[in-house]
Design a binder for this molecule. Structure first.
Ligand code: 8NA
Ligand code: MG
Ligand code: MG
Length: 345
């Protein structure tokens, strides 16, 4: 489809859920041979194997809250979104939430709470979380607002409900920007895509709070920009090993060690790769490659899936994958409704 087509909206939210559900198999594994990934993926095609339904985790649980809140309130309402996070957590606490964020979600359910951003600020001795929990649920922001400055602003605020460290919330801003640009067809020109992201993040990370957090955590002056430059270097290389990707970009639960990684997975899989079956389309390649990095596989595949799905569209996603993942029908419906919201504003 053309820029901002319905197919791209559906692709983004559906492939995000697939990445989470399918990636759960390898979450936390240090090394994942591509052979194991391909075996896992082909078991999804084989209906006689009866893999059963693969459940979604915190990534999708929270993204659903974001989508529902943006749709119900026809825009960003921090109180409504916070309430939904808290309610979802208390209804299904066993979705694999990060160890720290659980405290925030419990506090957010208190009716006496006035400032919904306060529990997140209290995390980690007042430094706030730099986990990827804000970024993993950022895609719906890109689908709700056609204006880039709104995407940045609301992805930031939405992440701040649980992640008050700039290395956490700026990961969410970067992820939302990547989905937003992909939705416009920007991945047709990969080098311009990465340059656009660098230009936007230069501004985002120029902010005083971001500079301060980076200094305290002994990171580069503009940590996400630095990683985006590393991605550009890796893109220009003819051969890149999995080990190099992990050592240059990471595969962990910090937003800094996973959002740039997810973006790289998408870029690397824009063309067919020797290590992947020729029959695979782009979304399949991207998710398979993300899993082979190991580490926080569900979240990296979820984020990469959303960016890739916005590029390739829903038609490229195999039905056999869709059928075995929990929550795909809902994601598809949210995508359709967000598409209407985006185009009416
Ligand atoms: P979070 O806010 O609890 O952060 C995740 C973890 O990062 C924390 O538990 C800490 O260990 C560490 N952390 C974050 N900020 C700081 C800080 N300022 N100082 C010291 N340590 C810090 O949770 P989240 O919502 O960001 O969760 C992110 C990931 O955790 C997601 O991938 C999610 O799926 C989940 N998860 C991951 C694994 C895994 O093995 N990769 C396992 C279970 C859950
Ligand atoms: Mg998860
Ligand atoms: Mg995870």
């Amino acid at each position: 489809g053309g820029p901002a087509s319905l197919s791209r909206f559906r692709g983004a939210l559906v492939a995000g859920v697939l990445g989470d559900c399918i990636g759960g198999e390898f979450e936390g594994a240090e090394e994942v041979p591509m052979e194991s990934v391909l075996q896992h993926l082909s078991s999804l095609d084989d209906e006689t194997k009866g893999t059963g339904i693969l459940e979604y985790s915190d990534d999708t649980a929270m993204a659903r809250c974001v989508a529902q809140s943006l749709l119900t309130r026809t825009g960003f309402d921090e109180h409504d979104m916070a309430r939904r996070f808290a309610k979802e957590y208390s209804a299904s606490p066993h979705r694999g939430y990060g160890a720290g964020v659980i405290q925030v979600l419990k506090k957010l359910s208190s009716p006496q709470l006035n400032d919904v951003y306060q529990p997140a600020r209290d995390q980690f001795n007042g430094r706030g979380s730099f986990g990827n929990g804000g970024a993993m649920r950022a895609a719906p922001f890109a689908l709700a607002f056609p204006d880039l400055s709104d995407v940045k602003r609301f992805a930031h605020l939405g992440a701040m409900l649980t992640h008050s460290c700039s290395l956490g919330y700026n990961g969410a801003v970067l992820q939302a920007l990547a989905v937003h640009l992909s939705l416009q067809g920007a991945l047709d020109l990969p080098h311009q895509f990465i340059s656009r992201l660098i230009k936007e993040m230069e501004e985002v990370e120029g902010d005083e709070a971001a500079r301060n957090d980076a200094r305290i955590l002994k990171e580069a002056e503009k940590p996400f920009c630095e990683r985006l430059h590393r991605i550009r270097d890796l893109m220009d290389r003819s051969k890149v090993s999995i080990e190099e990707v992990i050592s240059e970009l990471g595969n962990g639960i910090a937003a800094l060690h996973s959002v740039p990684t997810a973006i790289f997975c998408v870029l690397h899989c824009l063309q067919p790769r020797e290590c992947l079956p020729e029959s695979y389309g782009g979304v399949e390649r991207t998710i398979a490659y993300s899993l082979a990095l190991g580490g926080d596989t569900d979240t990296i595949a979820c984020m990469a899936g959303a960016i890739a799905g916005a590029h390739y569209g829903i038609e490229t996603i195999p039905l056999s994958w869709i059928r075995c993942c929990e929550g795909v029908e809902d994601a598809d419906q949210y995508a359709e409704r967000l598409y209407k919201l985006y185009h009416q504003s």
